[in-house]
Design a protein around this ligand. Structure first.
Ligand code: URA
Length: 237
């Protein structure tokens, strides 16, 4: 791939802007030698303003999503993409969230530009465990674990019952919920079906991946091999 296209696809600028950046001498090799637009170099050999390029296509990352931020590329209010470097929104292939968290849900949110990987993670067939901690308005009744595990609970305005889900009480009004699918507002609607109301929701893990000390609003790259631990059965919580 020509270098102008390679660098433009990473979101550093339009092809015209990147061509200008070459003329300005901002693109060099690892020894600081200025590169020209028709030079041939491997991705890892290129520097932009002296820094290694962002990873090529196949990018995966995780964000500890704060409350009040929307999982959308275009919406009113603050967007999750605003917490990442601006050029990540301009990449081709585009970076997408792996499923969504509600604006008022915090915690582990994955991103990738690998469409096949994304679909594999969110497909209920993969049975990836998504673990949430929920804070509730009312005391647990005691029958929620059996109800959620039954595989017969059907949410309002839906036809298909939910897959069995796990519930572990963490206190009178706190619980850990493990889901294997991702329906609209699923956790909130499940607790509503059990006569309760979620007042706080935080995702702690997706398969074998957890936040591991990542602060609220912080993000980090996830290697493709590490991303595969999403499909490992063990709990990371
Ligand atoms: N369930 C919800 O209700 N909201 C989320 O953000 C995730 C799961």
């Amino acid at each position: 791939m020509r270098l102008v296209r390679l660098i433009a696809n990473l979101g550093y600028g339009s092809r015209r802007e990147v061509a200008m950046m070459f003329r300005e001498g901002r693109i060099t090799d690892a020894d600081g030698e200025v590169l020209y637009a028709d030079d041939k170099r491997e991705h890892h050999e290129i520097r932009f303003d002296g820094e290694p390029l962002d990873p090529p296509a196949g990018l995966c990352l995780m964000l500890n999503k704060p409350l009040g931020v929307t999982c959308s590329a275009r919406d009113v209010g603050r967007l999750v993409y605003e917490l990442l470097p601006e050029r990540f929104s301009l990449r081709n292939p585009a970076l997408s969230t792996v499923g969504r968290l509600d604006r008022e849900t915090s915690g582990l949110l994955l991103f990738t530009d690998d469409g096949a990987l994304l679909h594999r993670i969110i497909s209920p067939k993969s049975s990836v465990a998504k673990v949430y901690e929920a804070e509730l308005a009312e005391d647990l009744r005691g029958d929620e674990a059996a109800l959620f595990a039954s595989g017969t609970l059907t949410l309002e305005s839906e036809q298909t019952p939910l897959l069995p889900a796990g519930l572990e009480p963490l206190g009178p009004r706190r619980a850990r919920l493990t889901l294997h699918e991702g329906r609209y507002h699923q956790a909130r609607r499940m607790f509503a079906a059990a006569g309760n109301h979620v007042i706080g929701l935080h995702r702690v893990s997706v398969g074998g991946l957890s936040l591991q000390g990542l602060g609220i609003g912080e993000w980090r790259l996830v290697e493709l091999t590490e991303m595969q631990t999403v499909f490992s059965r063990g709990s990371a919580a």
